[in-house]
Write a protein that binds this ligand. Structure first.
Ligand code: 4AD
Ligand code: MG
Length: 430
Protein backbone atom coordinates (compact mmCIF):
# COMPACT_ATOMS: atom_id res chain seq x y z
CA UNK A 1 0.00 0.00 0.00
CA UNK A 2 1.53 3.32 -1.08
CA UNK A 3 0.71 6.28 1.16
CA UNK A 4 2.04 9.57 2.47
CA UNK A 5 3.38 10.49 5.91
CA UNK A 6 0.30 12.63 6.59
CA UNK A 7 -1.87 9.51 6.20
CA UNK A 8 0.10 6.92 8.19
CA UNK A 9 -2.24 7.20 11.21
CA UNK A 10 -4.73 5.17 9.15
CA UNK A 11 -2.31 2.25 8.84
CA UNK A 12 -1.15 1.43 12.37
CA UNK A 13 0.02 -2.19 12.45
CA UNK A 14 0.03 -2.40 8.65
CA UNK A 15 2.81 -2.45 6.09
CA UNK A 16 2.98 0.59 3.77
CA UNK A 17 5.35 2.14 1.26
CA UNK A 18 6.25 5.83 1.34
CA UNK A 19 8.19 7.87 -1.23
CA UNK A 20 10.53 10.09 0.80
CA UNK A 21 13.79 11.96 1.12
CA UNK A 22 16.35 11.30 3.82
CA UNK A 23 16.45 14.44 5.97
CA UNK A 24 18.91 13.15 8.55
CA UNK A 25 20.05 9.91 10.15
CA UNK A 26 21.96 8.42 13.04
CA UNK A 27 23.05 4.86 13.54
CA UNK A 28 24.96 2.39 15.65
CA UNK A 29 26.21 -1.11 14.86
CA UNK A 30 22.80 -2.72 15.05
CA UNK A 31 20.18 -0.02 14.52
CA UNK A 32 19.73 3.04 12.27
CA UNK A 33 17.26 5.89 12.69
CA UNK A 34 16.25 7.54 9.42
CA UNK A 35 14.55 10.95 9.55
CA UNK A 36 12.29 10.78 6.52
CA UNK A 37 10.27 13.56 4.91
CA UNK A 38 7.90 13.44 1.97
CA UNK A 39 6.57 17.01 1.92
CA UNK A 40 3.42 16.06 3.80
CA UNK A 41 5.33 15.48 7.02
CA UNK A 42 8.28 13.96 8.85
CA UNK A 43 8.56 10.43 10.27
CA UNK A 44 11.32 8.38 11.80
CA UNK A 45 12.14 5.06 10.15
CA UNK A 46 13.81 2.50 12.41
CA UNK A 47 16.08 -0.01 10.68
CA UNK A 48 17.16 -3.02 12.76
CA UNK A 49 20.03 -5.10 11.37
CA UNK A 50 18.71 -8.40 12.70
CA UNK A 51 15.31 -7.84 11.07
CA UNK A 52 16.41 -6.58 7.67
CA UNK A 53 19.68 -8.44 7.05
CA UNK A 54 23.32 -7.40 6.71
CA UNK A 55 23.24 -5.99 3.16
CA UNK A 56 20.09 -3.85 3.44
CA UNK A 57 21.27 -2.55 6.81
CA UNK A 58 24.57 -1.47 5.26
CA UNK A 59 22.63 0.32 2.49
CA UNK A 60 20.49 2.14 5.02
CA UNK A 61 23.52 3.19 7.04
CA UNK A 62 25.24 4.52 3.94
CA UNK A 63 22.33 6.71 2.75
CA UNK A 64 23.27 10.32 2.09
CA UNK A 65 21.20 13.37 3.02
CA UNK A 66 18.39 14.18 0.52
CA UNK A 67 18.65 10.82 -1.25
CA UNK A 68 15.18 9.95 -2.53
CA UNK A 69 13.83 6.49 -1.83
CA UNK A 70 10.86 4.24 -1.37
CA UNK A 71 10.69 2.87 2.16
CA UNK A 72 8.46 -0.01 3.11
CA UNK A 73 7.65 -0.97 6.68
CA UNK A 74 5.12 -1.32 9.45
CA UNK A 75 3.58 1.75 11.08
CA UNK A 76 3.63 1.73 14.89
CA UNK A 77 2.49 4.25 17.45
CA UNK A 78 5.32 6.12 19.13
CA UNK A 79 4.26 8.14 22.13
CA UNK A 80 7.72 9.70 22.57
CA UNK A 81 7.69 11.62 19.29
CA UNK A 82 5.45 14.67 18.80
CA UNK A 83 4.28 13.14 15.51
CA UNK A 84 3.02 10.02 17.32
CA UNK A 85 4.09 7.33 14.81
CA UNK A 86 7.19 5.70 13.42
CA UNK A 87 7.97 3.11 10.79
CA UNK A 88 9.73 -0.20 11.39
CA UNK A 89 11.54 -0.45 8.09
CA UNK A 90 11.44 -3.77 6.18
CA UNK A 91 12.84 -2.66 2.86
CA UNK A 92 14.22 0.37 1.06
CA UNK A 93 14.81 1.19 -2.58
CA UNK A 94 16.90 4.18 -3.61
CA UNK A 95 15.38 6.32 -6.39
CA UNK A 96 18.18 8.85 -6.70
CA UNK A 97 21.30 9.23 -4.61
CA UNK A 98 22.03 12.82 -3.57
CA UNK A 99 25.61 13.87 -2.93
CA UNK A 100 26.92 16.86 -0.99
CA UNK A 101 23.59 18.52 -0.20
CA UNK A 102 24.72 22.01 0.80
CA UNK A 103 22.39 22.53 3.77
CA UNK A 104 23.62 20.18 6.44
CA UNK A 105 22.14 19.90 9.94
CA UNK A 106 24.82 22.31 11.24
CA UNK A 107 24.35 26.10 11.47
CA UNK A 108 24.58 28.19 8.30
CA UNK A 109 24.75 31.95 7.68
CA UNK A 110 21.69 33.82 6.43
CA UNK A 111 23.12 34.83 3.04
CA UNK A 112 24.12 31.25 2.34
CA UNK A 113 20.65 30.02 3.25
CA UNK A 114 19.01 32.71 1.13
CA UNK A 115 21.19 31.78 -1.88
CA UNK A 116 19.99 28.23 -1.35
CA UNK A 117 16.37 29.12 -0.68
CA UNK A 118 15.20 26.52 -3.27
CA UNK A 119 16.80 23.83 -1.08
CA UNK A 120 16.37 25.52 2.31
CA UNK A 121 12.60 25.20 1.86
CA UNK A 122 13.00 21.47 2.55
CA UNK A 123 14.07 22.03 6.15
CA UNK A 124 11.74 21.30 9.02
CA UNK A 125 11.47 24.89 10.22
CA UNK A 126 10.77 26.32 6.77
CA UNK A 127 8.28 23.54 6.17
CA UNK A 128 6.43 24.47 9.36
CA UNK A 129 6.33 28.18 8.44
CA UNK A 130 4.93 27.44 4.96
CA UNK A 131 2.30 25.08 6.39
CA UNK A 132 1.18 27.85 8.76
CA UNK A 133 1.09 30.27 5.82
CA UNK A 134 -1.09 27.79 3.98
CA UNK A 135 -3.45 27.48 6.95
CA UNK A 136 -3.78 31.28 7.15
CA UNK A 137 -4.69 31.31 3.45
CA UNK A 138 -7.20 28.48 3.90
CA UNK A 139 -8.81 30.13 6.94
CA UNK A 140 -9.00 33.45 5.06
CA UNK A 141 -11.07 31.91 2.28
CA UNK A 142 -13.22 30.08 4.83
CA UNK A 143 -13.90 33.26 6.82
CA UNK A 144 -14.86 35.43 3.87
CA UNK A 145 -16.82 32.71 2.10
CA UNK A 146 -18.77 32.01 5.29
CA UNK A 147 -19.57 35.69 5.71
CA UNK A 148 -21.02 36.38 2.28
CA UNK A 149 -18.01 37.97 0.54
CA UNK A 150 -17.31 37.52 -3.17
CA UNK A 151 -13.67 37.03 -4.20
CA UNK A 152 -12.75 39.57 -6.87
CA UNK A 153 -9.35 39.73 -8.57
CA UNK A 154 -8.06 43.25 -9.20
CA UNK A 155 -5.49 43.76 -11.98
CA UNK A 156 -1.74 43.56 -11.35
CA UNK A 157 -0.79 45.86 -14.23
CA UNK A 158 -2.27 49.26 -13.56
CA UNK A 159 -2.10 52.76 -14.96
CA UNK A 160 -2.14 54.54 -11.61
CA UNK A 161 -0.90 54.43 -8.05
CA UNK A 162 -3.12 53.38 -5.16
CA UNK A 163 -0.99 54.30 -2.18
CA UNK A 164 1.42 57.05 -3.23
CA UNK A 165 3.80 57.49 -6.10
CA UNK A 166 7.22 57.07 -4.53
CA UNK A 167 7.26 53.29 -4.31
CA UNK A 168 5.86 52.33 -7.69
CA UNK A 169 7.40 49.65 -9.90
CA UNK A 170 7.40 51.07 -13.38
CA UNK A 171 7.13 49.04 -16.56
CA UNK A 172 6.19 49.65 -20.19
CA UNK A 173 2.75 48.57 -21.34
CA UNK A 174 3.35 48.68 -25.09
CA UNK A 175 3.54 52.44 -25.65
CA UNK A 176 2.04 53.42 -22.31
CA UNK A 177 3.51 53.61 -18.84
CA UNK A 178 2.28 51.02 -16.37
CA UNK A 179 2.90 50.13 -12.75
CA UNK A 180 2.75 46.90 -10.82
CA UNK A 181 -0.10 47.01 -8.32
CA UNK A 182 0.70 48.40 -4.86
CA UNK A 183 -2.80 47.58 -3.64
CA UNK A 184 -5.98 46.44 -5.34
CA UNK A 185 -8.06 48.76 -3.21
CA UNK A 186 -9.32 51.22 -5.79
CA UNK A 187 -10.60 48.38 -7.96
CA UNK A 188 -12.07 46.66 -4.91
CA UNK A 189 -14.09 49.82 -4.24
CA UNK A 190 -15.56 49.48 -7.73
CA UNK A 191 -16.24 45.80 -6.98
CA UNK A 192 -17.96 46.61 -3.65
CA UNK A 193 -20.40 48.85 -5.56
CA UNK A 194 -21.22 45.86 -7.76
CA UNK A 195 -21.15 42.97 -5.24
CA UNK A 196 -21.59 44.55 -1.77
CA UNK A 197 -18.95 42.66 0.21
CA UNK A 198 -15.82 41.60 -1.66
CA UNK A 199 -12.27 40.50 -0.95
CA UNK A 200 -9.14 40.11 -3.00
CA UNK A 201 -6.05 38.04 -2.35
CA UNK A 202 -3.11 38.78 -4.53
CA UNK A 203 0.48 39.88 -4.93
CA UNK A 204 1.40 43.53 -4.48
CA UNK A 205 4.65 45.31 -5.22
CA UNK A 206 6.43 48.17 -3.55
CA UNK A 207 9.81 49.45 -4.59
CA UNK A 208 10.61 50.35 -0.99
CA UNK A 209 14.21 51.05 -0.24
CA UNK A 210 13.63 49.95 3.36
CA UNK A 211 15.82 47.07 4.42
CA UNK A 212 14.02 45.97 7.57
CA UNK A 213 12.80 42.68 8.94
CA UNK A 214 9.22 43.72 8.09
CA UNK A 215 9.53 44.80 4.45
CA UNK A 216 9.33 42.80 1.26
CA UNK A 217 9.32 44.18 -2.28
CA UNK A 218 6.72 41.63 -3.37
CA UNK A 219 4.14 40.60 -0.80
CA UNK A 220 0.60 39.22 -0.70
CA UNK A 221 -2.34 41.18 0.57
CA UNK A 222 -5.92 40.31 1.50
CA UNK A 223 -8.15 43.31 0.76
CA UNK A 224 -11.80 43.21 1.80
CA UNK A 225 -14.06 46.12 0.83
CA UNK A 226 -17.61 46.56 2.12
CA UNK A 227 -20.43 48.80 0.89
CA UNK A 228 -22.69 50.35 3.56
CA UNK A 229 -20.11 49.77 6.31
CA UNK A 230 -18.55 52.56 8.29
CA UNK A 231 -15.17 52.62 10.02
CA UNK A 232 -16.53 51.03 13.23
CA UNK A 233 -18.24 48.20 11.29
CA UNK A 234 -14.96 47.52 9.51
CA UNK A 235 -13.02 47.22 12.78
CA UNK A 236 -15.45 44.51 13.87
CA UNK A 237 -14.84 42.58 10.63
CA UNK A 238 -11.09 42.93 11.14
CA UNK A 239 -11.00 41.65 14.71
CA UNK A 240 -13.30 38.75 13.88
CA UNK A 241 -11.22 37.82 10.84
CA UNK A 242 -7.87 37.97 12.63
CA UNK A 243 -9.21 36.01 15.63
CA UNK A 244 -10.61 33.36 13.30
CA UNK A 245 -7.29 32.98 11.50
CA UNK A 246 -5.28 32.69 14.72
CA UNK A 247 -7.67 30.17 16.26
CA UNK A 248 -7.63 28.12 13.02
CA UNK A 249 -3.82 27.94 13.11
CA UNK A 250 -3.90 26.90 16.79
CA UNK A 251 -6.38 24.16 15.92
CA UNK A 252 -4.85 22.86 12.70
CA UNK A 253 -1.09 23.48 13.00
CA UNK A 254 -0.16 22.03 16.39
CA UNK A 255 2.82 20.09 15.04
CA UNK A 256 4.13 23.10 13.12
CA UNK A 257 3.77 25.49 16.07
CA UNK A 258 5.60 22.88 18.15
CA UNK A 259 8.40 22.54 15.58
CA UNK A 260 8.86 26.32 15.78
CA UNK A 261 8.69 26.40 19.62
CA UNK A 262 5.93 29.02 19.31
CA UNK A 263 4.51 30.23 22.64
CA UNK A 264 0.88 29.31 21.99
CA UNK A 265 -0.41 30.89 25.21
CA UNK A 266 0.18 34.31 23.60
CA UNK A 267 -1.88 33.25 20.58
CA UNK A 268 -4.69 31.78 22.67
CA UNK A 269 -5.45 35.28 23.97
CA UNK A 270 -6.14 36.56 20.46
CA UNK A 271 -9.94 36.63 20.64
CA UNK A 272 -12.20 39.49 19.51
CA UNK A 273 -12.81 42.23 20.55
CA UNK A 274 -9.40 43.94 20.30
CA UNK A 275 -8.47 47.11 22.20
CA UNK A 276 -8.58 50.46 20.36
CA UNK A 277 -6.40 53.46 21.10
CA UNK A 278 -6.58 56.77 19.25
CA UNK A 279 -3.50 58.24 17.60
CA UNK A 280 -3.71 61.12 20.13
CA UNK A 281 -3.64 58.66 23.05
CA UNK A 282 -0.86 56.69 21.40
CA UNK A 283 1.28 59.85 21.29
CA UNK A 284 0.62 60.39 25.01
CA UNK A 285 1.47 56.77 25.77
CA UNK A 286 4.73 57.04 23.84
CA UNK A 287 5.72 60.18 25.73
CA UNK A 288 5.03 58.37 29.01
CA UNK A 289 7.24 55.55 27.79
CA UNK A 290 10.14 57.92 27.23
CA UNK A 291 9.82 58.78 23.52
CA UNK A 292 10.29 62.48 24.27
CA UNK A 293 10.91 63.53 20.66
CA UNK A 294 7.68 62.30 19.10
CA UNK A 295 5.31 65.10 18.08
CA UNK A 296 1.67 65.06 17.02
CA UNK A 297 1.59 64.72 13.24
CA UNK A 298 4.52 62.34 12.92
CA UNK A 299 4.16 58.79 11.69
CA UNK A 300 5.11 55.85 13.88
CA UNK A 301 8.17 53.73 13.21
CA UNK A 302 8.81 50.16 14.29
CA UNK A 303 10.09 51.08 17.79
CA UNK A 304 6.94 53.17 18.43
CA UNK A 305 4.65 50.37 17.27
CA UNK A 306 6.48 47.87 19.45
CA UNK A 307 6.21 50.14 22.50
CA UNK A 308 2.47 50.64 21.97
CA UNK A 309 1.91 46.90 21.41
CA UNK A 310 3.69 46.13 24.69
CA UNK A 311 0.86 47.80 26.58
CA UNK A 312 -1.60 45.14 25.34
CA UNK A 313 -1.68 41.35 25.10
CA UNK A 314 -3.88 41.31 22.00
CA UNK A 315 -3.50 43.06 18.67
CA UNK A 316 -4.38 46.75 19.12
CA UNK A 317 -6.05 49.20 16.72
CA UNK A 318 -4.49 52.64 16.53
CA UNK A 319 -7.29 54.81 15.15
CA UNK A 320 -7.79 58.28 13.68
CA UNK A 321 -4.34 59.25 12.41
CA UNK A 322 -3.65 62.76 11.13
CA UNK A 323 -4.88 63.11 7.53
CA UNK A 324 -1.46 64.47 6.54
CA UNK A 325 0.33 61.16 7.00
CA UNK A 326 -2.31 58.91 5.43
CA UNK A 327 -3.52 58.13 1.90
CA UNK A 328 -5.66 60.53 -0.14
CA UNK A 329 -8.83 58.40 -0.12
CA UNK A 330 -9.43 58.26 3.66
CA UNK A 331 -12.56 59.96 4.98
CA UNK A 332 -11.97 62.84 7.40
CA UNK A 333 -13.58 62.50 10.81
CA UNK A 334 -16.69 64.75 10.54
CA UNK A 335 -16.06 66.00 14.09
CA UNK A 336 -12.36 66.71 13.54
CA UNK A 337 -11.26 67.33 9.98
CA UNK A 338 -7.55 67.00 10.72
CA UNK A 339 -7.81 63.27 11.47
CA UNK A 340 -9.19 60.48 9.27
CA UNK A 341 -11.46 57.50 9.96
CA UNK A 342 -8.76 54.90 9.76
CA UNK A 343 -6.93 52.32 11.83
CA UNK A 344 -3.73 50.32 11.73
CA UNK A 345 -3.83 46.99 13.52
CA UNK A 346 -0.60 46.37 15.42
CA UNK A 347 0.29 42.76 16.22
CA UNK A 348 1.49 41.88 19.74
CA UNK A 349 5.06 40.86 20.61
CA UNK A 350 6.74 43.44 18.38
CA UNK A 351 5.59 42.14 14.97
CA UNK A 352 4.30 45.55 13.90
CA UNK A 353 1.47 46.69 11.66
CA UNK A 354 -0.42 43.85 10.00
CA UNK A 355 -3.50 45.76 8.75
CA UNK A 356 -4.09 49.21 7.33
CA UNK A 357 -7.70 50.20 6.75
CA UNK A 358 -10.15 53.07 6.60
CA UNK A 359 -13.54 54.40 5.67
CA UNK A 360 -13.28 55.89 2.17
CA UNK A 361 -14.29 59.35 1.03
CA UNK A 362 -17.70 58.98 -0.64
CA UNK A 363 -18.21 62.63 -1.63
CA UNK A 364 -17.15 63.52 -5.17
CA UNK A 365 -16.19 67.15 -4.51
CA UNK A 366 -14.08 66.25 -1.50
CA UNK A 367 -12.36 63.46 -3.41
CA UNK A 368 -11.47 65.87 -6.21
CA UNK A 369 -10.08 68.30 -3.66
CA UNK A 370 -7.92 65.52 -2.20
CA UNK A 371 -6.51 64.65 -5.62
CA UNK A 372 -5.32 68.18 -6.08
CA UNK A 373 -3.86 68.34 -2.58
CA UNK A 374 -1.91 65.11 -3.21
CA UNK A 375 -0.70 66.23 -6.62
CA UNK A 376 -2.48 63.38 -8.39
CA UNK A 377 -3.94 63.68 -11.85
CA UNK A 378 -7.72 63.29 -11.78
CA UNK A 379 -7.71 62.08 -15.42
CA UNK A 380 -6.04 58.79 -14.60
CA UNK A 381 -8.59 58.22 -11.86
CA UNK A 382 -11.67 59.14 -13.88
CA UNK A 383 -13.23 55.74 -13.36
CA UNK A 384 -12.53 55.88 -9.61
CA UNK A 385 -14.21 59.28 -9.30
CA UNK A 386 -17.24 57.97 -11.17
CA UNK A 387 -17.86 55.58 -8.26
CA UNK A 388 -18.84 58.72 -6.31
CA UNK A 389 -21.13 59.88 -9.07
CA UNK A 390 -23.61 57.02 -9.38
CA UNK A 391 -25.20 56.11 -6.06
CA UNK A 392 -22.25 56.80 -3.79
CA UNK A 393 -22.49 55.04 -0.40
CA UNK A 394 -20.47 54.92 2.81
CA UNK A 395 -17.92 52.14 2.43
CA UNK A 396 -14.83 50.84 4.19
CA UNK A 397 -12.11 48.33 3.67
CA UNK A 398 -8.70 47.19 4.76
CA UNK A 399 -5.58 45.34 3.69
CA UNK A 400 -3.92 42.60 5.71
CA UNK A 401 -0.31 41.81 4.85
CA UNK A 402 -0.01 38.03 4.64
CA UNK A 403 3.71 37.76 5.35
CA UNK A 404 3.65 40.00 8.43
CA UNK A 405 0.75 37.94 9.72
CA UNK A 406 2.68 34.71 9.10
CA UNK A 407 5.74 36.16 10.89
CA UNK A 408 3.64 37.02 13.93
CA UNK A 409 1.61 33.81 14.17
CA UNK A 410 4.57 31.51 13.42
CA UNK A 411 6.84 33.58 15.68
CA UNK A 412 9.43 34.13 12.93
CA UNK A 413 11.88 36.94 13.51
CA UNK A 414 12.38 38.01 9.88
CA UNK A 415 9.80 38.37 7.11
CA UNK A 416 12.13 36.74 4.54
CA UNK A 417 11.24 33.32 5.98
CA UNK A 418 7.48 33.81 5.57
CA UNK A 419 7.26 33.64 1.75
CA UNK A 420 8.63 30.80 -0.40
CA UNK A 421 10.88 32.97 -2.57
CA UNK A 422 11.33 36.42 -1.01
CA UNK A 423 11.89 39.45 -3.20
CA UNK A 424 13.94 41.92 -1.22
CA UNK A 425 16.20 44.87 -1.76
CA UNK A 426 19.19 43.36 -3.65
CA UNK A 427 17.68 39.89 -3.97
CA UNK A 428 16.01 38.46 -7.06
CA UNK A 429 17.66 35.02 -6.80
CA UNK A 430 16.59 32.23 -6.62
O1 4AD B 1 -1.12 49.96 5.06
P1 4AD B 1 -1.06 49.60 3.61
O2 4AD B 1 -0.12 50.34 2.75
O3 4AD B 1 -2.56 49.73 3.09
C1 4AD B 1 -2.99 49.63 1.81
O4 4AD B 1 -2.32 49.30 0.86
C2 4AD B 1 -4.47 49.83 1.65
N1 4AD B 1 -4.76 50.21 0.28
C3 4AD B 1 -5.19 48.57 2.04
C4 4AD B 1 -6.67 48.68 1.94
O5 4AD B 1 -7.26 49.46 2.67
N2 4AD B 1 -7.28 47.93 1.05
O6 4AD B 1 -0.72 48.05 3.48
C5 4AD B 1 -1.54 47.09 4.09
C6 4AD B 1 -0.70 46.05 4.80
C7 4AD B 1 0.18 46.58 5.92
O7 4AD B 1 -0.53 46.72 7.11
C8 4AD B 1 1.24 45.50 6.02
O8 4AD B 1 0.75 44.39 6.75
C9 4AD B 1 1.40 45.07 4.57
O9 4AD B 1 0.23 45.45 3.88
N3 4AD B 1 2.57 45.68 3.94
C10 4AD B 1 3.73 45.05 3.72
N4 4AD B 1 4.12 43.79 3.98
C11 4AD B 1 5.37 43.43 3.62
N5 4AD B 1 6.24 44.25 3.00
C12 4AD B 1 5.89 45.53 2.70
N6 4AD B 1 6.75 46.31 2.05
C13 4AD B 1 4.58 45.98 3.08
N7 4AD B 1 3.90 47.14 2.95
C14 4AD B 1 2.69 46.95 3.47
MG1 MG C 1 -0.05 51.05 6.45
Amino acid sequence: MKTTISEVHKYVGEEVTIGAWLANKRSSGKIAFLQLRDGTGFIQGVVVKNDIGEEKFANAKGLTQETSLYVTGTIVEDTRSPFGFEMQVKDLEVIHEATDFPITPKEHGTEFLMDNRHLWLRSKKQHAVMKIRNEIIRATYEFFNNNGYVKIDPPILTGTSAEGTTELFHTKYFDEDAYLSQSGQLYMEAAAMAFGKVFSFGPTFRAEKSKTRRHLIEFWMIEPEMAFMDHEDSLVVQENYVSFVVQSVLENCKLELGALDRDVSALEKVQAPFPRISYDKAIELLKEKGFDDIEWGEDFGAPHETAIAEAFDKPVFITNYPAEIKAFYMKPDPEREEVVLCADLIAPEGYGEIIGGSQRIDDLALMEERYEAHGLSGDAYKWYLELRQYGSVPHSGFGLGLERTVAWIAGVEHIRETIPFPRMLNRLYP
